[in-house]
Design a protein around this ligand. Structure first.
Ligand SMILES: Cc1cc2nc3c(=O)[nH]c(=O)nc-3n(C[C@H](O)[C@H](O)[C@H](O)COP(=O)(O)OP(=O)(O)OC[C@H]3O[C@@H](n4cnc5c(N)ncnc54)[C@H](O)[C@@H]3O)c2cc1C
Length: 100
């Protein structure tokens, strides 16, 4: 859960950076993609930690955790999937050739 807390804080920082760049008219594509990637991974890590902490109860409907897993898992696919973010960073941040 501490790891989840750290990763959520890191994602929030990158989100704030992306918002700051956008608000100041600066290119925000790289930071926005990184923020979305980090937030999706942090959300999924956090719900996974919560389920693990609750053991078998983490899967019981009474504990209400599984719906959050579904919500967090969607973020790896939509609105932009994880692989397309990695493609963006590879191409635009690292200068690698477009891979698709
Ligand atoms: C709950 C939900 C709500 C949505 N709401 C909206 C909405 O309101 N408006 C809207 O416009 N869209 C919406 N979408 C669609 C969403 O944007 C797409 O599902 C998402 O962009 C992924 O596209 P796709 O489903 O066509 O998957 P695909 O493009 O077929 O990708 C499938 C998988 O293949 C991999 N992949 C794809 N391309 C590459 C690549 N170039 N390199 C490496 N791997 C790759 C990724 O792992 C990806 O997850 C929604 C989707 C969901 C699940």
């Amino acid at each position: 859960m501490a790891k989840a807390k750290i990763e959520i804080e890191l994602a929030a920082l990158m989100t704030a950076k992306a918002a700051w760049l956008h608000d100041h008219g600066e290119p925000a594509g790289e930071a926005s993609n990184m923020a979305k990637y980090a937030a999706a991974e942090a959300a999924l890590g956090a719900i996974d930690a919560a389920i693990q902490c609750h053991g078998g109860n983490g899967f019981a409907t009474e504990y209400g955790l599984l719906p959050y897993w579904g919500l967090a898992r969607v973020l790896r696919v939509a609105p932009v999937n994880r692989e397309m973010i990695l493609n963006f960073v590879a191409q635009h941040s690292l200068g690698l050739p477009r891979s698709y």
